[in-house]
Design a protein around this ligand. Structure first.
Ligand SMILES: Cc1cc2nc3c(=O)[nH]c(=O)nc-3n(C[C@H](O)[C@H](O)[C@H](O)COP(=O)(O)OP(=O)(O)OC[C@H]3O[C@@H](n4cnc5c(N)ncnc54)[C@H](O)[C@@H]3O)c2cc1C
Length: 385
């Protein structure tokens, strides 16, 4: 029976709860708001499957992988590129699978923006719910089981998620399927759902209305200086540069991340999916050409299936071949886990005892020196434009 002795041994992928034949493992939030398996011992038959499929000790991925084919890429559709976090590559990979009659699983907000949930999409009309990075750990729920059902019917499936979720899916499936495609992301780490829920409430209280839309990667001031955007039911808007927003600062300064993210078992240039997507930072140095600041994706192709999927996008993407060895120098999350800051424990203590507003204000404000540095940088940039 699975037992989590150390919090950082569990990435919350839910492979254990999906595989349990007795359906006796529920994923429940701890006091920080991260999901962990909870076994109903009265129903457990001690079959051991839950421990067997846990991907953390083994970082389970299929064999036959290479990791050298990397591209800088962006969508030729400016609207898709604008709505996406990076260059909009995910949309076209998903579109290709949907046009083949397949199903795409990815992360979407629930109806009232409280949680991010792995959701199945079958039509292009519904695809926008999956676009854009949501900086909250997504709930896998029973997605792996639903993926397996479709694969057993020989249907095409694209499953997109964090590296640990892709590894969790492979662990759960325990065999290869010809109609499965997987896409993982370069991942900084995933923030707590509980902190997000409280922060959302705070924004709603200040706006005097419920949220009608959220973007963590709004590009109105450019892709590199991305902002957080909240839209409210009363027509109000909140737009803040990521570094000035309390929730994003908690994420970017590693304060609100899941314990397992500080020693992530899934780092490395090989990724866990057939394709890894990320932000193509450093383009002006690597590609030696000006960057239009509209968003550029890193596309790292790890095997023939990834190549096949990328080819299905036809002319929808502009692709520039490059080498992953150059890219890693500008994107530390590919190889390294986030470093746990000293104040993380105090943050969660204040969060639990005094509430989110106090904790976020005390620990997630941008440091004055950084504010000055950013101000100076903005002035320099404005001369360079
Ligand atoms: C939590 C998180 C941390 C990230 N950290 C980095 C980083 O440090 N460096 C970097 O280069 N890139 C990072 N990325 C990836 C980056 O933000 C873009 O998602 C990626 O470049 C793809 O962009 P796109 O324009 O092709 O597609 P987009 O439309 O932006 O991508 C959307 C895809 O992301 C998936 N997704 C969104 N939110 C989640 C979530 N919470 N959990 C699982 N899947 C999700 C959706 O299912 C969809 O498949 C991170 C993404 C997430 C979700």
């Amino acid at each position: 029976m699975i037992e989590i002795k150390r919090k950082d041994d569990c990435c919350g992928c839910a492979a254990c709860s999906n595989v349990c034949p007795m359906h006796c493992i529920a994923m429940r939030p701890d006091e920080e708001g991260f999901l962990y398996p909870e076994v109903d011992g009265s129903m457990c038959t001690e079959c051991g499957l839950c421990e067997e499929v846990c991907p953390v000790p083994r970082a389970n991925v299929p064999s036959g992988r290479n990791s050298t084919d990397a591209y800088a890429a962006f969508s030729t559709d400016d609207n898709i590129r604008h709505c996406s976090s990076s260059g909009g590559v995910f949309f076209h990979l998903a579109q290709a699978v949907l046009r083949d009659g397949g199903t795409v699983f990815g992360a979407a907000f629930d109806g009232d923006f409280r949680s991010v949930i792995h959701t199945a999409v079958n039509t292009e009309n519904n695809l926008p719910v999956l676009i854009g990075a949501k900086y909250v750990q997504s709930r896998v729920n029973d997605s792996y089981r639903r993926v397996e059902e479709l694969l057993k019917q020989n249907k095409s499936v694209l499953f997109a998620g964090c590296p640990c979720q892709i590894s969790g899916l492979y662990s759960y499936l325990r065999r290869n399927y010809d109609t499965l495609y997987t896409v993982d992301f370069v991942c900084h780490g995933v923030p707590s759902e509980a902190v997000w829920k409280e922060y959302k409430k705070l924004r709603e209280r200040k706006a005097g209305a419920g949220v009608s839309d959220v973007s963590f990667r709004d590009k109105r001031f450019g892709w590199k200086r991305y902002s957080v955007l909240f839209e409210f039911n009363n027509g109000k808007r909140y737009v803040k540069r990521a570094s000035d927003d309390l929730f994003m600062n908690g994420f970017l300064r590693n304060i609100t991340l899941r314990p397992s993210c500080y020693r992530c078992a899934f780092k490395g240039i090989s990724g866990t999916g057939d394709i890894t997507l990320g932000d193509f930072w450093g383009a002006e140095h690597i590609l030696c050409e000006p960057d239009d600041n509209m968003g550029l994706s890193l596309v790292s192709v790890h095997n023939d299936r990834g190549e096949q999927l990328l080819n299905k996008t036809g002319n929808a993407l502009v692709l520039k071949k490059t080498s992953i060895d150059q890219v890693v120098g500008y994107n530390s999350s590919i190889l390294r886990s986030a470093v746990c800051p000293g104040e993380r424990a105090s943050f969660f203590e204040v969060f639990q005892n005094c509430g989110a507003e106090k904790a976020l204000n005390a620990y997630c404000r941008q440091k004055p020196m950084n504010r000055i540095r950013h101000g100076v940088q903005n002035i320099i940039n404005s001369f360079g434009r």
